[in-house]
Design a protein around this ligand. Structure first.
Ligand SMILES: [Zn+2]
Length: 143
């Protein structure tokens, strides 16, 4: 798969990641999923993780339900989730792997000293129980 998002959508994620630093931010990506996953909306959500939010995140199930309803109205679906890694690489961790489910993109962005850094997107493959990286294409403007 390929994850496609707009530059402005990436900036929205970066802004969110910066705002919650040094805690992790999280949110939902809704859009179109076919041969490519095309982001239509970035929905920032609250991190409701009960433990140390610097090292974990949990998306509010109510926010997920709301996002699902919003997507459905437009004929879209939930195509992914995103979260940040404060002072850690922008790649999924072992903890992320334990919580992963197939069929959606896991977008992770690094935040080093408050500044958004590298990012990547992965999909969970249940057969090998691993994340497989997918290319991220950032478009300058809506086509
Ligand atoms: Zn993580």
């Amino acid at each position: 798969m390929v994850l496609i998002l707009l530059h402005s959508q990436l900036n929205k994620i970066k802004k969110h990641a910066k705002a919650t630093y040094p805690e992790e931010c999280c949110g939902i990506l809704i859009g179109i999923s076919g041969k490519k996953a095309i982001v239509k909306r970035v929905l920032p959500t609250k991190n409701i993780f009960k433990g140390d939010k610097k090292k974990g995140f949990e998306i509010d199930p109510l926010a997920l339900a709301k996002a699902d309803a919003e997507a459905e109205k437009k004929g879209w679906e939930i195509i992914g989730v995103y979260h940040s890694h404060p002072n850690c690489p922008g790649r999924p961790s072992k903890t992320d792997l334990k919580q992963a489910w197939p069929g959606i993109s896991y977008f992770v962005i690094s935040v080093i000293n408050g500044n958004p850094g590298d990012y990547s997107s992965h999909r969970y493959n249940p057969e090998i129980k691993k994340f497989v990286e997918e290319p991220v294409i950032v478009l300058r403007e809506e086509e």
